[in-house]
Ligand binder design. Structure first.
Ligand code: FES
Length: 183
């Protein structure tokens, strides 16, 4: 499986998993060209451990999230313990520990954006994606909406990230058009 780039937005394929975080049929990520990519990254550093963050990022790009099996694969290649890898994954909120929708929507609701109406933007995304609740993936598996802390664009409320794409000055009225251009 591999990520697709659609309209500048990376959209990973999804994998099924059981309740313990193991994918039901795990296929190694680091094969062929993807392994070569990791080898190139590892060659830049004096230790394999130094390539941990980009290796996890590749897992997430390819699978949409970082499963227990993905962590184990990374641990083996980088000669680390699975516990060490898991500690890193759980430290950084940008790594998904569960499957998310094709489009992962992050809305800043910190105070400066909050007083400019960010909560209404969140409500509009939850309504128009049919996700309904924060952190819940929509029935069609397309969208997961979460609130996040300051995205560093406080003068352009409300900023929103959809996968790798950064949007500024989003309002409840512009949400339908934003979603409408996502395939
Ligand atoms: S508070 Fe929303 S971007 Fe800074």
């Amino acid at each position: 499986m591999s990520a697709k780039s659609v309209g500048g937005v990376e959209s990973p394929d999804l994998a099924s998993h059981d309740s313990s975080g193991h994918e039901t049929q795990y296929l190694a990520v680091f094969t062929g060209e993807v392994r070569k990519e990791l080898d190139t990254i590892m060659a830049r550093y004096p230790t394999r451990m130094a390539a941990l963050l980009p290796a996890l990022w590749i897992i997430q790009r390819e699978r949409g999230w970082v499963s227990e099996d993905g962590m184990a694969e990374v641990a083996e290649i980088l000669e680390l313990t699975p516990a060490y890898v898991k500690g890193v994954v759980t430290f950084y909120t940008m790594y998904h520990q569960h499957p998310v929708g094709k489009y992962f929507i992050q809305v800043c609701t910190t105070s400066p954006c909050g007083i400019c109406g960010a909560e209404d933007v969140v409500k509009a995304f939850l309504q128009h994606t049919k996700a309904g609740e924060l952190g819940v993936t929509s029935p069609d598996n397309k969208y997961t909406v979460i609130e996040v802390e300051c995205l560093g664009a406080c003068g352009f409320a409300t900023p929103v990230m959809i996968n790798e794409e950064f949007l500024e000055s989003v309002t409840p009225d512009t949400v339908p058009a934003i979603l409408g251009r996502l395939p």
